[in-house]
Design a protein around this ligand. Structure first.
Ligand code: FES
Length: 190
């Protein structure tokens, strides 16, 4: 190889080596203690900002809908209490003619009016019985034993446009307030 050409090749090799050394050394330069502390502080501030933003945003709870269909009135026989909606929706569906002699369907909230436990429907004894302090309620929802101070509460019930029964838990009706006469608190069966 000619001396001039050899010198050029050597020069290029030198430049290449210099670039490689710089590339390897650069990360080392960025990892100085000051830079590490700065990075950690930045990360911590970012995390703190996220936590503050999360705190200020409202909690979104996956609650069941307040209104829901429960089927046709024909699905609820006279003299029965449907317990299948208690676990998912917190209501019993009652079809009875024992309240003021009217044949009606209504939805009772499955919350004891003493301290809020969930009573059970006892088919054999035809009553709701609270396991916490022994309160008892007739099929109508009216209290008759134990410390519960008032009847169970009804929630809204109506016949929807498609003929199905629709419960509306945003509406509450208390017997002692005279609210069980409200036509939104029951569906009368002809
Ligand atoms: Fe039901 Fe006390 S909570 S009787």
């Amino acid at each position: 190889m000619a001396p001039a050409k050899k010198a050029k090749v050597e020069e290029r090799r030198g430049m290449l080596a210099a670039i490689m050394v710089t590339a390897v050394a650069l990360p080392g330069i960025m990892m100085t203690p000051f830079m590490i502390a700065s990075s950690l502080l930045t990360a911590w501030l970012g995390l703190a900002s996220l936590m503050v933003a999360r705190f200020m945003l409202p909690n979104v709870l996956a609650e069941p809908p307040r209104k829901f269909k429960i089927g046709s009135p024909n699905d609820f026989d006279l003299g029965t209490v449907a317990t299948r909606f208690v676990a998912s929706q917190g209501v019993w569906i009652v079809h009875t003619d024992q309240y003021q002699g009217k044949n009606m369907i209504y939805a009772l909230l499955s919350v004891c009016t003493h301290l809020g436990c969930t009573p059970s429907w006892l088919e054999g004894e035809q009553k709701f019985k609270c396991p916490c302090h022994g309160s008892g309620f007739y099929i109508t929802g009216v209290n008759f034993e134990g410390p519960a101070p008032r009847p169970l509460e009804r929630v809204g019930l109506r016949i929807a446009e498609d003929g199905m029964l629709e419960v509306d838990k945003s509406l509450k009706f208390q017997e002692e307030m005279g609210q069980w006469t409200d036509s939104n608190s029951f569906v009368e069966i002809a």
